[in-house]
Design a binder for this molecule. Structure first.
Ligand code: COA
Length: 257
C-alpha cells in the first residue's frame, strides 16, 4: 500500500508514499485516501487532517499507466469510482484539512489543494495542471475554482497551456497560505493542524460548512461534469498519443488530429 496513515495527538496524517513513481496515485491509492478521510471524519479523537507527500515530491498526479489500464467508468458509473470517491470525501470533509506540499504537485496534486483549508508549500515545489496537454480536461472543479481565484486570463495559462507555476505564485493567487523551506513544511502543517485541539470542534465544523456552503453545489456539479468528459477523453486518440509519448519519453505529436 502506498498510502500511509497515522493519527497522533488529534491529527490524522495521510501520506502519499510511492516515491519510485513520483507518488503517482493509483486507483487503489485513491480508494485508500477516500477511506482514510472518511475514517478521520468519523473518529472523535481527530480534530484535523494533514495530507502530505515525500521529500521533493507531493504527487505527480494520476498514475497514467493505471488510468490507461483501468479508466474510471463513464456516465453515472464514473461517480462511484475511487478517484471520485476521494474527491467527494475531500469536498465533504467537515474537519479542517491542511496540505503540506513537499515538492512537485502535478495534476490532482494541485487541484486537490483547492479543497484543503490550509496549504503550505515547499520552496522547492512546482505546481502544474497539464490536463489539456495530455488530451484531457481539468478536473476536481478546477475549471470553476481556478478562474475564480486568479481570474480567467491567468487561469488560461495554467489550465489551457498547462504552464507550471511557483509556490510564490500559488500564495499570490490564494491557492496557498505560505512558502516554507523544504525541511519545515510538514512540521509546520502539523502545528497548524494541532491548533484545532484547542478549539471547539462543533464551532469549527459549522464555520467550515458555512464557508464552503455557497459553492458546494456548484463544486459537486462541476466535478461531475468534468468527470464525465475526463473519463471520455481518457479513451480518446489524443490522450492515447499523449500517454504513449510520456512513457516513450518523447514529445507528443498532435499534428494528425
Ligand atoms: N503516472 C505514472 N507513472 C509516473 C507518473 C505518473 N503520473 N509520474 C512519474 N511516473 C513514473 C515515470 O514513468 C518513471 O517510471 P520509471 O522509473 O519506471 O521509468 C518514474 O515515475 C520517475 O519519473 P520521471 O519522469 O523519470 O521523474 P522526473 O524526476 O524526471 O520527473 C515529474 C518528475 C513529476 C516532473 C514527471 O515524472 C512528470 O511529469 N510526470 C507526469 C505528470 C503528469 O502529467 N501528471 C498528470 C496526470 S493526469
Amino acid at each position: 500500500m502506498s498510502i500511509k496513515t497515522a493519527t497522533i495527538d488529534g491529527v490524522a496524517t495521510i501520506e502519499i508514499a510511492r516515491p519510485e513513481k513520483k507518488n503517482a496515485i493509483t486507483v487503489a491509492m485513491y480508494q485508500a485516501m477516500a477511506d482514510a478521510i472518511a475514517a478521520a471524519g468519523a473518529d472523535n479523537a481527530v480534530r484535523a487532517l494533514v495530507i502530505t507527500g515525500q521529500p521533493g515530491i507531493f504527487t505527480s498526479g494520476n498514475d497514467i499507466e493505471d488510468f490507461m489500464a483501468r479508466p474510471p467508468g463513464q456516465g453515472s458509473d464514473s461517480m462511484d469510482s475511487p478517484v471520485f470517491r476521494f474527491m467527494r470525501a475531500l469536498v465533504e470533509c467537515e474537519k479542517p484539512v491542511v496540505a503540506a506540499v513537499t515538492g512537485a504537485a502535478i495534476g490532482i496534486g494541485t487541484t486537490l489543494l483547492l479543497h484543503c483549508d490550509f496549504v503550505y508549500v515547499s520552496d522547492e515545489a512546482r505546481l502544474a495542471m497539464p490536463f489539456v496537454g495530455l488530451g484531457l480536461v481539468p478536473e476536481f472543479a478546477s475549471s470553476l475554482l481556478v478562474p475564480q481565484l486568479m481570474g480567467p486570463a491567468r487561469a488560461a495559462e495554467k489550465l489551457l497551456l498547462g504552464e507550471p507555476f511557483t509556490p510564490e505564485q500559488a500564495v499570490e493567487c490564494g491557492i496557498a497560505n505560505a512558502v516554507l523551506p523544504a525541511g519545515e513544511v510538514v512540521n509546520h502543517a502539523r502545528r497548524i493542524a494541532a491548533r484545532f485541539n484547542a478549539l471547539p470542534p462543533g464551532a469549527v465544523r459549522e464555520a467550515k460548512r458555512l464557508m464552503r456552503a455557497p459553492q458546494r453545489e456548484a463544486v459537486l456539479q462541476t466535478i461531475r461534469r468534468e468527470g464525465e468528459l475526463f473519463s471520455a477523453r481518457l479513451r480518446s486518440p489524443e490522450a492515447s498519443e499523449a500517454f504513449q509519448a510520456f512513457f516513450q519519453k518523447r514529445k507528443p505529436d498532435f499534428s494528425k488530429f
